[in-house]
Design a protein around this ligand. Sequence first.
Ligand code: SF4
Length: 750
Amino acid sequence: MATATNGSETVYRSCPICEASCGLTLEVDRAAKKVLSLRGDEDDPRSRGYVCPKATAAKGIYEDPERLTRPLRKTSTGWEEISWQEAYQYAGERLAAIKQAHGKDSIASYIGNPIGHCVSGMLAVPMYIQAMDSERLFSAATMDQQPKNLTSSLMYGDMWAIPIPDIQRTQYMLSLGGNPIVSQGSLMSAPNIKQEIAALQARGGRYLVMDPRRTETAEVADEHHFIIPGSDAFFLFAMVNVLFDEGLTDLGRLADFTDDVERVRELSQPFSPEDVAAATGIPADTTRRIAREFAGAERAVCYGRIGTCTQEFGTLASWLVDVVNVLTGNLDREGGSMFPRPATGQAEHYLWDGSDMHMGRWHSRVRGLPEYEAQLPVAVFAEELEAASAGEERARALITICGNPVLSSPNGARLAAAMDELEFMVSIDIYLNETTRHADLILPTTVQLEHANYDFLFAGTSVRNFARYSPQVFEAEEGLPDLGEVMLEVAARINGTEGSVLDTMLFEGMLATFVGKPNTPCAEVSIDDARAKLGSEPGIERMLDLMLRSGPYGDAFDDAAPGLNLAKVRAVDHAIDLGPLTQRLPGIIRKHHGRLKLVHEILEKDIERLRRGLAERSDPDRLVLVGRRQLRNMNTWLHNLENLAKGPERCTLLVNPIDAERLGISDGGTAKVTARAGSVTAPVTVSDEMMPGVVSLPHGFGHRESDTRQSVASSKQPGANANQLLDEFSLDVPSNTSVANGIVVQISPA
Ligand code: SF4
């Protein structure tokens, strides 16, 4: 695993910053606790030496002098460090008292998306939710991929059965709402997307981008078309209309188990390319040509990402991406859109407990919006905490888990004010930031180089199947726990027990799920035998071993079998390639008796709303805002790292020259951007990379509070909080995801 030379050692890990999970080679001095160098791992079969500039964040976060390593308690004279024993006792007593006085739903939780890169946190989530037993759970999902989760629930019966573009084998890729060269392919995890696109083109394929900005991906695409923000569903419906109108549908093997094709044809009738041209900005003949090319391609895939989700018709756009792939026979086929198969088994159909999608089991108190898979939309977060909105029913306490929702949620100023009304707030976080400054107690955790990790979540979105374990590099400061440990300990203390008890409950629950059930790989294995082989050491290692051994590539607890177990995965320094994606339908459909029903009443109902939206989109005088992804940013997380924060100010408002002249603003000047929810000012960059009528501001900035401990972020890249412009009442109706793209704004010189 590591080679010792002159006190330094070579260690291999995966990069913990984005979905691509590239292989890293680190030269470290363990005794001095120093990373001497960091580069791409040439022997990693997935990334082959590639890394982007953000790879340095693994070192940067570890070495950041402002990172917290001890619990902080807020006092009348400022923050004081306390012991872990005091911290857990303080959190447990205060939270338990609030629960006792006001009920279980008086404690809200918010989970941010860095947890996706930390297996101890990911594995702890189900037990945390169970132990908290609160109807008030929020996360970043309703600012992100929730519409895709919902359409996967409706079509396949599993919110995480998300088809991923098989970019390595496709011949024609149509991309909407994503900038994968910069994001490295969100919901399409693949290191070095630029090279993947070049390879696609080198084998004679074509890559098309529909985006209101000529993005970095559009620059290398074969075609780029400006599309009016929020109109992707119109464009995709028009493609569907053409497929039917011109007899281009061909479901192939999908026809044997797909229903509602005729109903989709009927629903597409009002959306011909001519009907939607004004709303999308795409000429009808262009839409017709793309539909014909897509249907005629040997292997084609339609891909939609965050721009198709965080918009007014996010659910319909996400659904239509899959519909286009189904109607052309490109779902679940090589070079189309396929379902990954993680080695840890979380995408196996036999895990299904027979229940249908969960939605509406309870509702938010103020606006009455439904839960979906135990979460409420982040759009109602602030009002659920406010006395003026929720009265006696309000949440009195909050636990935030590695998230900064004051900067990443709609109307962050309202949320910040609502946090100050709480009786108690705990933040599990490594920074004193714009959100955690409101807490009474901050509980830090280890960072990536201080704990072992496994690429759990993003093996489920990867363009090739793989298994990857990353070892701990440095000992953490004494007592500093992993994320999952803190989550379970806090949840346990509220219930008068200890984290180790919840850890055992979690493990035993997993054993019962994976072992000894009929028609599973470990049907013949007894739980006692499995438990004996997994050992008694608490924590993630035995859980990972259990999942790997019982997973689709596992040894099924037969030590002589060639399949995977944790020891084998740990013994490999790099990712283990488990091959290209393979066909999984209809086997993984968890509902409708294994049939793929294309239409659900939730979708049909929203198509009425889509029809009503056609006229509004066609207004040529609208000026709308979209976000944008940047290579050195990752939401709010990385702005405190010198290496990534350096350079010119990045939080700029991109404006097309035509709009700039009309609005009286100039390149290098400052503009005031006003939306219904609020206003911000930002420096202006005038560029024809923006579509006329559309402006762009990146999100995740707004580091302007004086009482945080992020001096690099606040001095080098403070920026404007773009989410202050987001309206908490503007939602994609079926998924209740906040609209972050296509917001009507007014702009004036500042
Ligand atoms: S692409 Fe993502 S995983 Fe790869 S080095 Fe950059 S941040 Fe890390």
